[in-house]
Design a protein around this ligand. Structure first.
Ligand SMILES: C[S@@+](CC[C@H](N)C(=O)[O-])C[C@H]1O[C@@H](n2cnc3c(N)ncnc32)[C@H](O)[C@@H]1O
Length: 311
């Protein structure tokens, strides 16, 4: 359970304050940790879908342009992962421009946002043959097997994780077999005023330098013309992950214990890791694949019982 001041965060949200700022200050934490990010976004569940519908043409244009940046890099790719998908308000509109055989993977740290987002997907994604795989996860520990998705994308999602950028990129590179096309704010291309704002909110910086330090190749960085805020300009980063042992896997089973290459298999309403002897719950068809949600269940190990798993 989060030890954060949930009630205070709710009042701060109702008063129109920045909830991440409130929580960092209240708990004396100098960066946005996963719990702060989860709570501040969970409180907003439903608001992005509403605001997207209010500005639907503008958001459709944004998503269509994103797809034009992504499509040249798809090269026969059949799977796309959206990290920090929120209420699916961007990926649902973007998916309308994808090939119909694409498998879409999308996760967020907030279960509530995904839950609300499913409705948005059903209403606005017209590409009904696309397969959607939704799950709760932390970008710092992605619960997918190595090289299990062709292309990774994001839209202002890595943004608040200023202290953990290296860890997040390293996870994205682990699961990505071809290319990452990330739409994130650029500190380096921002104005002095914008830089000060990004620093104040604990936003990422040096995405290029950190990617290269991990062995990635930055193919291009371009300011995105339809940016929402002048003080938080979106840039499109196209990055090839390090090449070592890159081979797309061709398996129906992509889920892994968070941050590992250890597969999960379904048991009842859980996903189970034989290697770690832990089970992850599934709530309303959305798997909760975060380490904190794991239930130790050694009794489910087949070799603990000569007759197999006891009922
Ligand atoms: C500004 S919203 C953008 C949502 C979505 N990409 C869109 O275009 O509407 C940022 C999202 O990233 C998610 N997020 C931020 N840090 C995360 C992390 N470490 N792991 C998983 N999700 C994260 C938040 O929960 C939030 O839903």
């Amino acid at each position: 359970m989060s030890q954060l001041d949930v009630k205070g965060a709710m009042s701060a949200y109702a008063d129109g304050q920045n909830v991440m700022d409130y929580l960092r200050h209240k708990h004396g934490i100098d960066h946005n940790n996963s719990e702060i990010i989860e709570l501040s976004y969970d409180l907003q569940a439903g608001s992005y879908a509403k605001s997207t519908e209010l500005h639907i043409q503008e958001r459709m244009d944004y998503a269509k342009l994103m797809s034009e940046y992504i499509r040249p890099h798809l090269n026969g790719a059949t799977s796309l992962l959206d990290v920090g998908t929120g209420e699916l308000s961007t990926i649902s509109l973007l998916a309308n421009h994808l090939d119909e055989n694409t498998s879409v993977f999308a996760f967020d740290i907030s279960w509530s946002r995904l839950f609300k987002g499913q409705k948005f997907w059903n209403k606005w994604n017209k590409n009904k043959t696309l397969e959607l795989n939704l799950f709760v996860a932390d970008m710092k520990e992605i619960p997918l097997l190595d090289n299990s998705v062709d292309v990774v994308t994001s839209n202002h999602a890595i943004e608040p994780n200023g202290e953990c950028l290296k860890q997040i990129l390293s996870e994205i590179f682990r699961v990505c077999s071809q290319v990452c096309v990330l739409f994130e704010p650029s500190f380096e291309l921002n104005s002095a005023e914008g830089k000060a704002r990004m620093a104040k909110h604990g936003y990422i910086r040096n995405l290029q330098r950190e990617s290269e330090a991990l062995g990635g190749t930055v193919l291009s960085i371009e300011l995105f013309p339809l940016t929402h805020s002048k003080l938080n300009p979106t840039a499109c980063y196209v990055i090839a992950p390090p090449k070592h042992s890159k081979m797309s896997i061709n398996s129906r089973n992509h889920f892994s214990a968070p941050g590992t290459n250890l597969p999960l298999t379904p048991i009842d309403n859980f996903l189970y890791s034989e290697d770690m002897a832990v089970a992850f719950p599934i709530l309303k068809n959305i798997p909760l694949l975060r380490s904190e949600k794991a239930i130790l269940a050694t009794a489910l190990l087949a070799d603990r019982d000569p007759e197999g798993v006891s009922e």
